[in-house]
Design a protein around this ligand. Structure first.
Ligand SMILES: [Zn+2]
Length: 426
């Protein structure tokens, strides 16, 4: 298989994508037809079309059909009153752990919706080639939230957690990984590898090299998602950065975690940003937050970001352990934390909607409220008032805003009231 085309993906992405693509629902809707759902009076913020303002959103047959100043009540079968709330495209979490029953750290994606406002989630290496089919057949098939995945280069994924998956390098099987990528181009985005010393021990660059090799063998442009934090040596950190290709994702970019000996070997060392990190950023490597329970340090971010290594995507790295940690890294909390660091509301929403949508590049029109897009919407409270944020190394910073999910709609169907009848697809 040599070629890769968007058309090829679209032929594989299923009915929801087809509905969104056709735009046919739009054309078929007459002036007296009712919307299935109108989200009324919210402060709509959609960075994908530079839209901010009070709007009503009309959804019919799972698709966004109208964004207007006022949609008359008579045209709504059901209404959600969003007045005083922020309304954004459904949030997208590029790094989380949503393979329950298949690993020791997974959370059911639908249980995250009320805490995260996420309509699309990406499993970050929960599955390897040996347990990928079970993720698709038994988890994705019964989940309302959209799911995609990075496939772990280790054939057992994170199923052995907390036992490290790559102390034995034999678990990283290039051809098997490439085969799974070739067979699942509609679902997989690329390959995950965790490069920390407490995961790969002394295997140096070898796990990353095998991941890149699998990406390059599979026949389509698969991306790497590379987890850092406490790599074996400071020099290895630069070597990892130098291997990353444009479009590859560096996750836990602002980690301050130490290596096995307690040394700090991250992208900021001795208070200085590594030149290799800036070079990676400049050639198009994606910097992803991946906050998690041990992977975000204000003191690293506060050097790296002014130094040029700004985040491209905000993700949670939420799992059963990080969700119980003091930072509570649910996606809207992490977005709020970046507002405390000086980013605007528009910027943090873009980093959790349009930016990760571009990286996923599978279902058309996710991360946007454009006409014809799937009816994926997050409704949030913007709670103003003093709030203290803590990172994963117990540094604290004060902020002024906390984003709190109120309600989420996926494919036009709300979680909770008002209920849809019949409760059909998704
Ligand atoms: Zn993770």
């Amino acid at each position: 298989m040599t070629g890769f085309s968007r058309r090829h993906f679209l032929s594989l992405t299923g009915s929801a994508a087809a509905a969104a693509l056709s735009g046919g629902a739009n054309a078929a809707m007459g002036p007296n037809d009712k919307f299935d759902l109108v989200i009324k009076g919210g402060d709509v913020l959609d960075p994908s079309q530079s839209l901010r303002g009070k709007r009503d959103i009309g959804i019919r047959w799972g698709v966004i059909e109208a964004i207007e100043n006022e949609i008359p009540a008579a045209r709504a079968s059901k209404t959600i009153d969003a007045s005083g709330k922020l309304v954004t495209p459904g949030l997208i979490d590029l790094h989380c752990h949503v393979y329950p029953y298949g690993s020791a750290i997974g959370i059911p994606a639908d249980e995250l919706v009320q805490f995260q406002g996420t309509t699309t989630v990406v499993s970050a290496g929960d599955a390897g080639v040996n347990n990928l089919a079970a993720l698709r057949r038994f988890i994705v098939a019964q989940t309302r939230a959209r799911m995609f995945a990075f496939l772990h280069i280790a054939n057992n994924g994170l199923s052995a957690f907390p036992v490290a998956e790559l102390y034995n390098i034999d678990n990283a099987q290039v051809e098997a990984c490439a085969m799974a990528l070739a067979e699942n181009p509609d679902f997989l985005i690329g390959v995950k590898v965790r490069m920390s010393e407490n995961v790969i021990y002394k295997h140096g660059l070898e796990p990353l090299k095998r991941g890149i090799q699998a990406c390059e063998m599979c026949g389509w442009p698969a991306k790497m998602m590379v987890h850092i934090g406490g790599v074996e040596t400071g020099a290895l950190m630069s070597d990892i950065l130098n291997l990353l290709r444009p479009g590859d994702v560096l996750t836990h970019a602002y980690s301050g975690a130490p290596n096995n000996a307690g040394a700090f070997t991250n992208i900021v060392q001795d208070g200085r940003l590594l030149p290799a990190a800036l070079a990676a950023k400049q050639r198009g490597v994606i910097f992803d937050v991946g906050h998690g329970g041990g992977s975000f340090d204000f003191t690293v971010a506060e050097v790296a970001i002014p130094g040029g290594c700004t985040p491209d995507t905000i993700s949670s790295d939420i799992h059963v352990f990080s969700g119980n940690s003091p930072s509570m890294p649910y996606l809207p909390n992490v977005m709020s934390k970046f507002m405390a660091m000086g980013f605007t509301l528009e910027q943090v929403v873009a980093m959790a909607t349009s930016a990760p949508a571009k990286i996923i590049n599978r279902a058309p029109k996710i991360g946007t409220l454009q006409l014809g897009a799937p009816g994926d919407v997050a409704i949030l409270d913007v709670v103003e008032g003093p709030v203290t944020f803590v990172d994963t190394r117990n540094n604290k910073r004060d902020g002024k805003v906390l984003l709190k999910p109120v309600q989420t709609v996926i494919n036009g169907v709300p979680f909770g009231r008002p209920y849809q009848s019949p409760f059909a697809v998704r």
